[in-house]
Design a protein around this ligand. Structure first.
Ligand SMILES: O=P(O)(O)OC[C@H]1O[C@](O)(COP(=O)(O)O)[C@@H](O)[C@@H]1O
Ligand SMILES: [Mg+2]
Ligand SMILES: [Mg+2]
Length: 337
């Protein structure tokens, strides 16, 4: 792997494509298209209040959530940017009920990749100028190229991902991704419109003193989670830990990756499967966490080994520093649901 701190994302993608077992340059073109779509979304996010893109769009998505204008803009931007470049044969998105087969001139796009995407993560923070993100997950299709794309091409376990990443539109805009050879972070220089390698070889500290969970749901949590939160708050050893919760998965995950910590979105009496979606939120973040030395589970099972059944299925999510996730799992095992 070649790295120098002033390397651009474009150079990094090209210079490291040989590390990718299926390397033909196709994945590099796909990653470059995601980079382009990210810049277009970033341009809107940064001046959201000035360009009438705050507030609700007026529709509900398949999750029953009110779509924000920026959800729709980001969704359309990623779908258009990837489709026009014929770098994917199919796209599944949080904002679309079904997957989209990409056709060019009515013919099947001959790409071997499908992408699953959360175009705008942390939607509840858009209107209040708190950082939001984008999450993507890439697989090789399982159906034969040239044949219709199938649901099976998307319902693959996370351990089959060939690449995954997220973007944080925060104080600066960062894109963090992996193709299975470690995790690297790039910061956008808005003046030039170029991403530069700013965080090479990211590693999550094994331990940490930050826990991120919406404690407003405390009474609905499983006993194991309640006990883990009490453990974090107990004055003992290097505890109590610090509670930090932004309410944007990308931003909470990113902070915990840099500082050490755990993010939890457990099941609750109101949502037995939790809130986060396995395919385009938990799998990509779990792949990045593991590639950076961290861990991700649903409290019991490794997220990446879960066999998906539905496009928008949800799973409880425990992710971050290895020792903290294992501690939380200990409490879950002591109080099985
Ligand atoms: O407001 P809650 O229930 O704590 O949920 C916050 C979580 O939901 C999400 O906003 C879900 O993602 P979307 O915004 O993409 O739907 C996560 O980013 C975040 O961690
Ligand atoms: Mg999300
Ligand atoms: Mg979203």
């Amino acid at each position: 792997m070649t790295q120098n701190s002033h390397q651009t994302l474009g150079e990094f993608i090209i210079e490291n494509q040989e590390d990718f077992i299926y390397s033909t340059g196709e994945l590099s073109r796909l990653l470059s298209s995601i980079k382009l779509a990210t810049k277009i979304v970033n341009y809107k996010v940064n001046k959201a209040g000035l360009v009438n893109i705050l507030g609700e769009y007026g529709n509900e998505n398949v999750q029953g959530e009110k779509q924000q204008k920026l959800d729709v803009f980001a969704n359309e931007t990623f779908i258009e940017t990837l489709s026009q470049r014929e770098v994917v044969c199919g796209i599944a998105s949080e904002e679309n009920e079904d997957f989209i087969e990409i056709k060019a001139n009515r013919n099947q796009v001959n790409s071997k990749y499908v992408v699953l995407i959360d175009p705008l993560d942390g939607s509840s923070n858009i209107d209040v100028n708190v950082s939001v993100g984008t999450i993507f997950s890439i697989y090789r299709r399982v159906s034969e190229p040239g044949t219709p794309v199938t649901l099976e091409d998307f319902l693959q376990p996370g351990n089959k991902q060939v690449a995954a990443g997220y973007v944080v539109y925060g104080t600066s805009t960062m894109l963090v991704y992996t193709t299975g050879n470690g995790v690297n972070g790039f910061t956008l220089n808005p003046g030039i419109g170029t991403f530069y390698l700013s965080h090479p070889n990211l590693r999550i500290p094994g331990d940490g003193s930050i826990y991120s969970v919406n404690e407003g749901n405390y009474v609905k949590f499983p006993q194991g989670v309640k006990n883990f939160i009490k453990y974090c708050q107990t004055e003992e050893d290097n505890r109590p830990y610090t509670s930090r919760y932004i309410g944007s998965l990308c931003s909470d995950f990113h902070r915990n990756m840099l500082k050490g910590g755990i993010y939890l979105y457990p099941s609750g009496t109101n949502n037995p499967q939790g809130k986060l979606r396995l395919l385009y939120e938990c799998n990509p973040m779990a792949y990045i966490a593991e590639q950076a030395g961290g861990k991700a589970s649903d409290g019991y099972r490794r997220i990446l080994d879960i066999n998906p059944k539905e496009l928008h299925q949800r799973v409880p999510f425990f992710c971050g520093s290895k020792n903290l996730v294992e501690k939380a799992e200990e409490f879950m095992a002591q109080n099985p649901e």
